[in-house]
Ligand binder design. Structure first.
Ligand code: PBG
Length: 326
């Protein structure tokens, strides 16, 4: 009987050897923690479709931020829930320098100056239609929306945001934003562009969290068709030309091939968004006892690194960092 000379199992014999030959690793600094903020005081509300994930009023946010910092998280991505009475078609409230987003940025930068603060730049939480742009005759109009988005970015930068993160998918918004930021003297404020953002059913729980589901239609005239990858590369290329500092692929788990393609084609930091529906799936299966939550979570996160992501925006940030930290 002939036995193999090459035995790949030799390198799998013990923890020590497995770790020594491990090709990809997760570190807490890989993670961006999304934060949901709401108006009011003394509020901490669990999002029904996102078990163990909460919306906080600003006064209760400190405990959460302390915990994130404690486990080594270095960056947060802010989203705000806007009450209906402050929503309109033009997203007017988004430009309020004393709005909840702006106030939150000032609060966090004051108490946690070293934390990298990124802000979501999009109109949907502020839009009475729940769309990422201004609606005219049932259409989401591009250029007028881009003007609002550029001003929104400046307002966030004024409040002290380190990076703005446009998640709207209007054409030309990165260039407009870069120009507006530079003109206002914020040439050091970065842009993390949601470059390849797909029209995905995996955003459902997030829309519950912010009460931002589209009031009519869907987002297919601006977010990408899940069938496409060449188009993702064109989006990324344009965003880089227009001045993006980091590009993003979103969602994550069903789009690992896109992450890989972007990483292979461009020399820029690539982030991936492990979105709300992906979080909900793992949580729900774990609740039923069908999956081991920690293992499924870590495997999914490692998959992003293996695919080529440099950064991962994930609702698992704290839980995963805690495990790595130990
Ligand atoms: C909207 C926005 C969405 C998410 C981030 N920004 C939802 C959408 O496009 O409708 C989704 C994030 C998630 O599902 O975790 N600008």
């Amino acid at each position: 009987m002939k036995y193999p000379k090459t035995r790949l199992r030799r390198n799998r014999q013990s923890d020590a050897i497995r770790e020594m030959v491990q090709e990809n690793r997760l570190h807490p600094s890989d993670f961006i923690a999304p934060i949901f903020i709401m108006e009011g005081e003394n509020k901490k509300e669990e999002i029904p479709s996102m078990p163990e994930y909460f919306r906080y009023s600003l006064d209760l946010l400190k405990d959460e931020l302390d915990e994130l910092v404690e486990v080594g998280i270095q960056s947060v991505l802010l989203f705000v829930k806007v009450p209906d009475e402050r929503k309109d078609n033009k997203g007017t409230e988004a430009l309020n320098d004393d709005g909840l987003m702006q106030e939150s940025v000032r609060f966090i930068k004051k108490h946690y100056p070293d934390l990298l603060v990124m802000t979501d730049v999009a109109m949907d939480p502020y839009s009475s239609y729940g769309h990422d742009g201004i609606v005219e005759d049932g259409e989401i109009v591009n250029d007028p929306s881009v003007e609002v988005l550029a001003q929104m970015a400046v307002s966030h930068a004024k409040a002290g945001a380190d990076m703005v993160a446009p998640s709207d998918m209007m054409d030309g918004r990165i260039g407009a934003m870069r120009e507006a930021l530079d003109e206002a003297g914020f040439e050091n404020t970065g842009i993390m562009a949601y470059s390849a953002k797909y029209a995905s059913s995996y955003y459902g729980p997030f829309r519950d969290a912010l009460d931002s589901a589209p009031g009519f239609g869907d987002k297919k005239t601006y977010q990408m068709n899940p069938a496409n990858v060449d188009e993702a590369l064109r989006e990324v290329e344009l965003d880089i030309q227009e001045g993006a500092d980091i590009v993003m692929v979103k969602p994550g788990m069903p789009y690992l091939d896109v992450v890989r393609a972007v990483k292979q084609n461009f020399n820029i930091p690539v982030s991936v968004y492990n979105v709300s529906g992906e979080y909900a799936m793992i949580k729900a299966a774990a609740e039923k006892g069908w999956l081991n939550e920690e293992e499924a979570m870590m495997e999914a996160l490692l998959g992003f690194k293996r695919a080529g992501a440099d950064l991962i925006a994930t609702y698992f940030a704290k839980a995963a960092a805690r495990i790595i930290h130990k």
